[in-house]
Design a protein around this ligand. Structure first.
Ligand code: FAD
Ligand code: SF4
Length: 484
């Protein structure tokens, strides 16, 4: 423990973000690092408490508690306090394959489990994490390091999101020959085509993929496994198969007017946007343009926030975000609230930007959408809603609160209901759960011995950090299976 009195002397620093009004003018990342002296102080706030819950990585009462990767947080906090950046990087890379992603996009369940958070602001763990890995890249500490010996066994990984990449990385390090198949034209899954560029710069995804490729992993893009390559071919050509296909079926809102061409799933908007940005800086015009339009995003969560922020960068006329649930309570740091599963009010980057541009938070709570109002040609004109109240977990519509909101575009961001009902899963013979996910045991092995699954496709829609953890676990499962 670096400084015994650090948590008394220093307060938590806020991250340095570009001004919300100016950053919506471009698609660049808006997060800058704290200066080194300030990071040392933030590291010194870590108390090295007797039982550091920050790295437990468990599910408590349905919510994530601590880091799912079991990152050795107190150890790297201490190293940063002492200015030992290389040691900090070495400890971090023992448990996390891609800290440059989690350090940017993780909601940091480690911080809500930090013991300091019982009565004050927790340690700034995520900020320290991203600073360590960015320094490591800047210093050139991440040179390609392929395995010295290949064991002759071949593994196919289907899907190149964080679960597939982490699994491929772990197996490659152990000397397996790994091929990653991806149906999109770029590698990264939702790191590439879900999370927008301003939250996670795609150059960082490409940098990591290049490193993995230089270490010997083969990447094959624009190949849909199950169609371009059959399950039989896979089984014949590879000793093990890891399905890391994501949870891509979006929850729909089948109300009147849903067939309007102006009502889109969020992912259609976000994917096309990033692709057009990367392909041609929007010159190809192949994206959903909301410039000058009234936009409504239905659903909170990360995906909804990303739609808000993307619409603002297009120059929308107005932005509103509907939430069915009531406004959460304000965060307090008390013994009772620590680790408790309560929704607390948060202002994410998209809402902060909307407030800067239009003067108010875009979220409207307890709103139920009843009908999409369209003209005779199917052009969207608005959304008819009613306010609701929640009584003992039940939803009641409040009579007399019906309203029509002007909207020319709506994005549905209400979560995902599971993996696709892919022919591939059928052909491989893997069992699917009643939640629409692939059934696995504790080693991430399916009912078909040489087939494993990792990430959202077996866990259900989750987080990047869980996908990495699942990918690592699947790699261990494959290793045990093939080495036995
Ligand atoms: C818009 C959005 C924003 C998000 N923001 C955050 C965030 O800020 N922080 C966070 O922690 N989490 C966030 N998440 C969740 C997070 O991105 C996912 O939990 C994570 O990416 C899941 O990883 P995965 O590897 O399991 O699947 P994915 O990232 O979904 O990757 C699966 C890949 O498999 C490919 N694939 C599927 N079937 C086939 C096939 N037959 N052949 C070849 N390839 C195939 C898909 O094309 C895809 O590239 C967000 C999710 C969305 C949708
Ligand atoms: S990966 Fe997420 S939970 Fe783990 S230390 Fe980093 S920010 Fe915290």
């Amino acid at each position: 423990m670096g400084k015994a009195t650090g948590f008394i002397e220093y307060t938590r620093s806020l991250p340095i973000l570009a001004d919300a009004k100016s950053r919506v003018q471009n698609w660049d990342e808006f997060h800058a690092h704290l200066p080194v002296d300030e990071l040392k102080k933030q590291g010194a706030r870590c108390m090295n408490c007797g039982i550091p819950f920050c790295h437990t990585g468990t599910i408590l009462d349905g919510a994530t508690t601590g880091c799912p990767l079991n990152n050795l947080i107190p150890e790297w906090n201490d190293s940063v306090y002492r200015g030992q950046w290389f040691e900090a990087y070495k400890r971090l890379s023992l448990t996390n394959n891609f800290p440059e992603f989690t350090g940017r996009v993780c909601p940091a369940p480690c911080e809500s489990s930090c013991v300091l958070g019982i009565n004050e602001e927790p340690v700034n763990i995520k900020e320290i994490e991203v600073s360590i890995i960015d320094k490591a890249f800047a210093e050139g500490w991440l040179a390609p390091n392929p395995p010295e010996i290949r064991n002759g066994k071949k593994v196919a990984v289907i899907g190149s999101g964080p679960a597939g990449l982490a699994c491929a990385d772990e197996l490659n390090k152990q000397g397996f020959t790994v091929t990653v198949f991806e149906r999109d034209d770029r590698i990264g899954g939702l790191l590439m085509y879900g999370i927008p560029n301003m939250k996670l710069d795609k150059k960082l995804v490409e940098r990591r993929v290049k490193l993995l490729s230089d270490e010997g992993i083969e990447f094959k893009t624009s190949i849909k496994v199950g169609a371009d390559i059959t399950a039989e071919e896979l089984k014949k050509d590879f000793d093990a198969i890891v399905l890391a296909c994501g949870s891509t079926v979006p929850r729909d809102l089948p109300i009147e007017g849903r067939d309007s061409k102006d009502v889109h799933f969020a992912m259609e908007f976000l994917l096309k946007n990033t692709k057009s940005l990367l392909d041609s800086n929007f010159a190809d015009n192949d994206f959903i343009d909301v410039k000058g339009k009234n936009v409504i995003v239905i659903g909170g969560g990360d995906t909804g926030t990303d739609c808000v922020a993307t619409s603002l960068r297009h120059g929308c006329k107005s932005i509103t975000q509907f939430e069915l649930l009531p406004k959460p309570i304000e965060k307090v740091h008390t013994h009772e609230s620590w680790l408790a599963k309560v929704r607390t009010f948060q202002v994410d980057y998209g809402q902060e930007e909307a407030k800067a541009v239009f003067g108010n938070d875009p979220r409207e709570y307890c709103i139920l959408s009843k009908r999409f109002v369209t003209d005779e040609k199917g052009n969207l004109q608005g959304v008819e809603t009613v306010e609701v109240e929640w009584i003992d977990g039940n939803l009641n519509e409040i009579a007399g609160t019906e309203k029509v909101w002007a909207a020319e575009k709506v994005f549905l961001a209400m979560g995902f209901v599971g993996a696709e009902k892919a022919k591939l899963f059928n052909d491989l013979g893997v069992e699917i759960t009643s939640r629409g996910t692939i059934a696995v045991n504790e080693n991430k092995q399916t009912n078909v011995k040489k087939v494993f699954a990792a990430g959202d496709c077996e866990r259900g829609q989750s987080l990047v950090v869980w996908a990495i953890a699942d990918g690592r676990k699947a790699a261990k499962g494959v290793e045990e299976f093939l080495n036995n």
